[in-house]
Design a protein around this ligand. Structure first.
Ligand SMILES: Nc1ncnc2c1ncn2[C@@H]1O[C@H](COP(=O)(O)OP(=O)(O)OP(=O)(O)O)[C@@H](O)[C@H]1O
Length: 338
């Protein structure tokens, strides 16, 4: 008799996500002890031996909640029973408060996971995000007025990180844990309505399903996948335009400034042009995370309708300045040199 269907679903998803790895490669699962990452850890433990992969586990103790060291210790103890026979580590991080405790904890967590993965020579680190997490992410971004790249949600792969469970619902991971006799940890944050994500999960999505019928989460996840394809195509197009439009001027690149020829970008579709401008701003030093769509819309007006307006400031102390036939992006500190 095979495993219960929900357990088989998780294993299939893990197998599919790891299909390109070579025997002997090390795969680590980032496990909080919650249902999603616990089901994922069990899936990895079952799949790795047959694929000839080495499998280990990382759990992060943010030190923000009472009992979190005990939770981390429980996860570490459980790992061998799940079939994870490679390195298993509990990583302690100290979390600052800038940008809110949620964002700070996430940043510290990814830094610790990346450091450990590098030190241990891992070929991949698995994260337990599910289709429901994806739907919540897309809904939050939709209501902030995002473009296709942002509506594409979380990628199945980014660098070392992989998200094998993006095609499965949270109900599957909960059922898989139950079928395997595992007791996931319930993060009290997951019920705290001060968090936007909790309100989206507990109130907004249920209200949407009540009003519009079931399947909203699946539909949002499908939208993310479609947006990803569109965004990838537009990025490729924008790369080609950028290669033509960027002015090869060593005096500019020496000081980290970037210039774009206006006539090369003026005639291309707005979605492509905005991507070119975004890339130029980033190359001049604007931090991608804080560069919003509306910043780029303002910069775009320097191309399409610039009478009167010559300069737009974007995050990171970077300004875009229209100078005759070019748009120059430069940090404030180097502008006097220009
Ligand atoms: N304390 C932890 N230790 C190890 N891995 C963790 C921890 N917390 C979260 N993760 C990993 O991150 C995944 C997503 O967790 P969660 O949804 O709580 O994070 P998030 O803050 O929304 O993260 P993201 O920025 O990736 O969306 C988990 O399934 C797990 O793989």
């Amino acid at each position: 008799m095979g495993p219960p269907p929900v357990v088989a679903d998780v294993r299939r998803a893990v197998r599919h996500a790891l299909a390109d790895l070579e025997p002997g490669d090390l795969v680590l699962v980032a496990c909080s002890g919650g249902a999603d990452s616990l089901a994922l850890a069990a899936g990895l433990g079952a799949v790795a031996p047959r694929a000839g992969l080495r499998a280990g586990l990382l759990t992060v103790d943010h030190g923000l909640q009472e009992g979190s060291p005990d939770r981390a210790a429980d996860v570490v103890r459980l790992a061998p029973a799940l079939g994870l026979l490679g390195p298993v580590e509990a990583l302690s991080v100290s979390v600052g408060i800038s940008g809110g405790p949620e964002a700070a904890a996430r940043e510290a967590r990814y830094a610790a996971l990346s450091e450990a993965a590098g030190r241990l020579g891992a070929a991949a680190v698995l994260l337990g995000h599910t289709r429901d997490d994806q739907a919540e992410t897309v809904l939050m971004r939709l209501t902030r007025g995002s473009g296709t790249r942002s509506l594409a949600g979380m990628p199945a792969r980014a660098g070392l990180y992989r998200r094998p469970l993006l095609g499965l619902g949270r109900a599957t991971t909960v059922a898989a844990c139950a079928a395997l006799g595992l007791s996931p940890w319930d993060d009290p944050h997951n019920l705290d309505p001060r968090y936007t994500r909790v309100r989206v999960r507990e109130r907004l999505l249920p209200a949407l399903e009540e009003g519009l019928g079931p399947g909203v989460a699946e539909a949002l996840a499908r939208t993310a996948a479609l947006c990803r394809d569109d965004a990838d195509a537009l990025d490729e197009w924008a790369d080609a335009v950028y290669a033509r439009a960027a002015v090869p001027d060593s005096a500019l690149s020496d000081i980290g400034a970037v210039a774009v020829t206006v006539s090369e970008v003026a005639g291309v579709p707005a979605a492509v042009r905005r991507r070119v401008l975004r890339r130029a701003a980033i190359e001049a030093g604007a931090p991608p995370g804080t560069l919003a769509a509306w910043h780029i819309l303002q910069v775009d007006r320097l191309v399409t309708d610039w009478r009167g307006q010559r300069r737009i400031e974007v995050p990171g102390g970077v300004g875009a300045v229209r100078r005759c036939g070019t748009l120059v992006f430069a940090r404030q500190s180097v502008r006097p040199v220009l």
